[in-house]
Design a protein around this ligand. Sequence first.
Ligand SMILES: [Mg+2]
Length: 167
Amino acid sequence: MGFSLVPDIRVDSIFEITPEMLASRGISLLLLDLDNTLAPYSKNPPSKELFLWRERMESAGITLFIVSNTKTQRAEIFARSFGVPYIDGAKKPSPRGIIKAIEGCGKKASETALAGDQIFTDVLGANISGITSIIVKPIKFINPLIALRYYIEIPFRLMRKKELTNE
Ligand SMILES: [Mg+2]
């Protein structure tokens, strides 16, 4: 909570997030970062695996919602084909887009988590908004700057023990 850079939950990928993990914390709304969390920057369509994961979440009563910082049309194209509502240009770590998504879904902060690959946007934004923060590993290092950012973030990632799943 507050201005903490420490995630509440750490997993290796989005696929390690299970409905049970969320339900045990009273979470029924999962906000999702797009770039490098659901798909690499350059590749557009959601994978088959991602569709299966979405079905598993939704049939367990978990609402999914994309909150992306991207200002390109990419978020819209991806979200439409994934079949999940979205907000783009969210300016995380600003809580504005995050709060808008929560209110739009008629949920409370205590029922919401945000999963993303970046400490300084996703985790910080979630913590400022008073929701559960979930850090995933970036799917791919597209350029050296992303790799550098990742190494700077490592200490904050490691402050949270990796979540154990049954999968
Ligand atoms: Mg990202």
